[in-house]
Design a protein around this ligand. Structure first.
Ligand SMILES: *[C@@H]1O[C@H](CO)[C@@H](O)[C@H](O)[C@H]1NC(C)=O
Ligand SMILES: *[C@@H]1O[C@H](CO)[C@@H](O)[C@H](O)[C@H]1NC(C)=O
Ligand SMILES: *[C@@H]1O[C@H](CO)[C@@H](O)[C@H](O)[C@H]1NC(C)=O
Length: 148
C-alpha cells in the first residue's frame, strides 16, 4: 500500500518534471511585424502578421522599434477599442522588448508615445494553450524583459 503510493507519486513527479521541460523547450520568440518590426510609419498590417503566427502560452513576443518614435502599451480590450491610453496595463520603451505570454487569451498592444491612436502600430494577438500539434521547436533567451 505505502510502496504503491510511493511509486505513483514519484511517477507523478516525473511526469510533471517532464511536462515542465517540454513546455520550456517548446517556447519560441516571435518578432512582432516580422522583419518590419514595430513601426507606425510603414503601414504594416499587424492583423495580417498576427493571423500568420500561432502563439502559445510560454512564447515570447519581441517588439523591436525606434524608441524615439514608438513605444509599446498593453491595453485592456475596452481601452484598446476606445483609444483610452490613460492607464495602460504595461508600458515598454527600450526599443527591444521581449514579453513572455503567460496565459491564453487576447492581448492588445499599441504604439503611442504621443497619446494618439490614429495611424499607429496596433495589434491584437491571440495566445493559445500549449498543444503538441503546433509545438514550437526553438528555445532561446530564457530571460525576457517582462511577462504578461
Ligand atoms: C489587414 O489584413 C487583414 C487580414 O488579412 C485584412 O482583413 C485587413 O483588411 C487588412 N487591413 C488593411 C488596412 O489592409
Ligand atoms: C479611461 O480609463 C480610465 C481608467 O483607466 C477612466 O478613469 C477614464 O474615465 C477613461 N476615459 C474615458 C474617456 O473613457
Ligand atoms: C534584442 O535583444 C535580444 C536579446 O534580448 C537580442 O538577441 C537581439 O539581437 C536584439 N535585437 C535587436 C534588433 O537589437
Amino acid at each position: 500500500m505505502a510502496s504503491s503510493l510511493g511509486v505513483s507519486s514519484s511517477t507523478g513527479l516525473f511526469l510533471v518534471a517532464t511536462l515542465a521541460l517540454l513546455t520550456l523547450s517548446s517556447a519560441s520568440y516571435f518578432q512582432v511585424g516580422a522583419k518590419d518590426g514595430w513601426t507606425s510609419s510603414k503601414n504594416v498590417n499587424y492583423t495580417r502578421w498576427a493571423d500568420g503566427v500561432h502563439l502559445q502560452v510560454g512564447d515570447v513576443l519581441r517588439f523591436v522599434y525606434d524608441n524615439k518614435k514608438e513605444n509599446v502599451l498593453r491595453l485592456s480590450h475596452r481601452h484598446y477599442r476606445t483609444c483610452n491610453l490613460t492607464d495602460p496595463a504595461n508600458i515598454w520603451t527600450s526599443g527591444n522588448d521581449s514579453v513572455r505570454l503567460q496565459r491564453a487569451g487576447h492581448f492588445f498592444f499599441i504604439s503611442s508615445p504621443d497619446g494618439q491612436c490614429q495611424g499607429k502600430a496596433r495589434v491584437n494577438v491571440e495566445v493559445y494553450r500549449n498543444d503538441e500539434a503546433g509545438g514550437h521547436a526553438l528555445s532561446l533567451d530564457p530571460t525576457p524583459a517582462g511577462s504578461i
